[in-house]
Design a protein around this ligand. Structure first.
Ligand code: FEO
Length: 397
């Protein structure tokens, strides 16, 4: 898309698609690319851009920005977030429009200096402060840790557009249209949840506080900094965020295993059989060595139950299972049901480590814990099946 897109009255989308970055934050795969959304609001007396895009997309962004401005100067840049995927072109805007004023909060100031050497022409705003552009009054609200301390959202009181920053964002480039009513829901929802699980989930309690804060606003559109723009039924998308931040999972379960020679995989398959016997239909079985953690985290967030099974490696958890446990402890999901099992040969270790994980993560745990020596016997597999069945019963409650 080489042209700005009119997204609401006097409000243009200036975003870009990135198909070249393989890993978001050098961590999370982007098989469908990612979009950096940026915007401009053209008031009758002043113009205000809302964020920029990542540095390499200078030409694309400036082309759209100048087309939207149509000869007018850029007066303000609202800096909702200083992470370089949105603040990458701040210095270039300052060079092009030397009298440009930057709008941020107290926590934005050191970052503007640190990343771009900017110490002047800054308007520092607090919660509830407004900026009148003529026909469009922008109101600012801080949302610290969504996803950095300086993060804020901007609400256009005239159009009801919430420029929501990383909140409500998703992985995935725009494939044609940029709005929810121009896309298939499953296409954006999966990547939005993966983004949530990877980037936002750690701050779920803060999301709940932010949702309460936003309740007072008459929001008509939600325009995030990544992914789909919402204008069709924003109640649906707010309800998704409410559900994810409360960790309200669907009826279904994820079974994740780490296995070197297939014995722990057979245990995991038996857990799945048990889940199925308890009438759980949505079961996702993942080999932690061959599935990127972002997909495992996404589905753990999506469903009510999960089971972790690991062989012992050098007396400890198998490395790819250790990585999953560490990422879960960083995010501390709630309201999930957990099952655990381990295997060993010349030294125990995996089950003990999973027991330690279960204590720390403080989720409801179903019995039995299963520990298997060498290759699972039919009795061992029956115990794994029982674990799956009990997990399934809890998931379906
Ligand atoms: Fe998309 Fe936290 O930056």
């Amino acid at each position: 898309m080489y042209k700005p897109v009119l997204a609401n009255k006097d409000t243009w989308w200036l975003g870009v698609n990135d198909y070249e970055t393989d890993l978001f934050e050098s961590l999370w795969p982007l098989p469908q690319g990612v979009a950096y959304n940026a915007y401009i609001v053209l008031g009758s007396t002043a113009t205000a851009a809302i964020d920029t895009v990542k540095g390499p997309y200078l030409d694309d962004y400036i082309s759209k920005l100048t087309q939207a401005l149509n000869g007018r100067p850029l007066n303000y840049l609202v800096v909702n977030h200083m992470e370089p995927d949105h603040a990458g072109l701040i210095s270039q805007l300052k060079s092009r429009w030397p009298s440009l004023k930057f709008i941020g909060n107290a926590k934005t100031l050191p970052m503007l200096k640190g990343y771009h050497g900017i110490t002047e022409n800054i308007i520092t705003v607090k919660d509830g402060d407004t900026l009148d552009l003529g026909g469009h009054v922008l109101r600012f609200a801080t949302v610290p840790m969504l996803h950095w301390p300086e993060s804020m959202v901007t609400f256009d009181t005239s159009t009801g557009v919430l420029f929501s920053n990383d909140s409500f964002g998703g992985f995935g480039a725009h494939e044609g249209g940029i709005f929810d009513d121009e896309k298939v829901r499953s296409r954006w929802e999966d990547e939005m949840l993966r983004y949530y699980a990877c980037i936002v989930a750690k701050y779920s309690n803060i999301v709940q506080a932010a949702l309460s804060k936003l309740k007072a606003l008459d929001i008509k559109n939600i325009f995030p900094s990544h992914g789909t723009l919402f204008r069709d039924d924003i109640r649906q998308v707010i309800s998704l965020y409410d559900k994810w931040s409360k960790c309200e999972g669907e009826k279904g379960a994820v079974v994740v295993y780490g296995s070197m020679y297939g014995n722990t995989r057979r245990m995991a398959e038996a857990v799945c059989t048990g889940l199925s016997s308890a009438k759980v239909k949505d079961i996702r079985l993942y080999d932690s060595s061959r599935t990127d953690p972002s997909y495992i985290l996404r589905d753990i967030w999506k469903f009510r139950g999960f089971a972790l099974l690991s062989c012992t490696y050098n007396t400890q958890l198998y490395p790819s299972m250790e990585a999953i446990c560490s990422k879960l402890l960083n995010r501390m999901p709630k309201n999930k049901v957990l099952g655990i099992a381990g295997s060993y040969s010349w030294s125990k270790g995996a089950l003990t480590a999973l027991q330690g994980f279960a204590e720390k993560i403080k989720l409801m745990k179903v019995e039995p814990e299963v520990e298997v020596y060498a290759s699972p016997t039919p009795e061992d597999l029956m115990k794994c099946c029982e674990l799956g069945k009990n997990l399934g019963v809890s998931v379906n409650e």
